[in-house]
Write a protein that binds this ligand. Structure first.
Ligand code: ARG
Length: 312
């Protein structure tokens, strides 16, 4: 049983990890049945003014381009996922700021430098990167762009959390030209560990939305990587996570997305960017471990395993 439980997360991990960085041609295997669900997954279209800190990243390599999201953290810096730009040079990346559309509007700026520290591609640890823009964001040039402060710890109860981006809107489908947003529920670290194994409670935060239809849940998907998990509280927004990885079949029941917590890296980031604005949203309690269905699933698997062990 020990071995089984040790292996289970690894198997899940191996199967689910690396929903591609948004090259939609590689986004998982083709669907085995026609996909009728409207699905970010299950999101609604929003204007950039609802989330003016979101930027669209285009990463060019050879003939292919990949897409990711990012968040403005100051007039000169963007935070995104390290896996989006891993092995890439600053010159391959462009950033569209202040637009609801991925491929038009707003302003496109280049990247001067990339900062990544200790990103581990095999385990997707420290999946966070800072991009220094080659042009300053200003309210006069970029009326629809604004920085978002880092949130601390978990969002307080009474806050509403979202992720947003231009990624796939259905499994096996295509990315969205219009910015989409979906509401998410934060998971406890222990519930998340039951699915993904090695999750760091201080460096990562897990979340999944409500049920959309059938066994499909609201979620981020390939192409949303690097974009924000943000929460609003009393009309203020703060950044609590960066889209890192999730199940290859986005929105899989019982499988949350994993997001990097930028607050963990704050002092390191400030050495690059200078002092950042930090949100005054109070720190919430850790999420109660309420994932009853997961536990009963785990219990059921254990039981079946015992039965099999006895029978054979
Ligand atoms: N790694 C993906 C990307 O590069 C993000 C996957 C998020 N997936 C999920 N099911 N939440 O775009």
């Amino acid at each position: 049983m020990k071995i089984f439980f040790f292996l289970l997360p690894i198997l899940i991990h191996a199967r689910f990890i690396y929903g591609t960085v948004g090259d939609t041609s590689e986004a998982g295997s083709p669907p085995d049945k026609v996909d009728i669900h409207p699905r970010i997954i299950g999101g609604t279209q929003i204007s950039i003014n609802n989330a003016p800190f979101i930027v669209g990243l285009t990463i060019r390599s050879g003939f292919s381009t990949e897409m990711c999201g990012g968040s403005i953290i100051s007039s000169r810096y963007i935070v995104t996922a390290a896996h989006c730009i891993h092995g890439k040079a600053a010159g391959q990346i462009s950033v569209r700021i202040g637009s609801s559309r991925f491929d038009s509007g707003g302003r496109v700026v280049g990247v001067r430098s990339i900062y990544v520290d200790n990103y581990k591609p095999n385990t997707v640890e420290n999946d966070i990167a800072i991009l220094e823009l080659d042009s300053q964001i200003s309210s006069s040039n970029d009326p629809n762009a604004r920085a978002i402060p880092f949130g601390n710890g978990n969002p307080p109860s009474g806050s509403t959390c979202y992720t947003a981006g231009w990624g796939l809107t259905s499994n096996g489908g295509s990315s969205s030209s219009n910015l989409m947003r979906v509401q998410l529920n934060i998971w406890s670290t222990s519930s998340c560990r039951m699915v993904w194994g090695n999750i760091s409670g201080s460096k990562q935060i897990c979340a999944l939305g409500d049920r959309l239809i059938g066994d499909l849940y609201k979620d981020s998907c390939a192409g949303d990587s690097g974009g924000p998990l943000y929460c609003t509280y009393n009309g203020e927004a703060a950044l609590y996570g960066i889209v890192s990885y999730g199940p290859q079949e986005c929105g899989s029941e019982g499988v949350p997305g994993v997001y990097t917590r930028p607050s963990y890296y704050e002092s390191g980031i400030e050495q690059i960017t200078g002092t950042l604005e930090i949100s005054d949203i109070p720190v919430g309690p850790s999420v109660p471990d309420s994932s009853v269905s997961l536990k009963s699933t785990a219990a059921a698997i254990t039981l079946i395993y015992y039965v099999l062990t006895i029978v054979f």
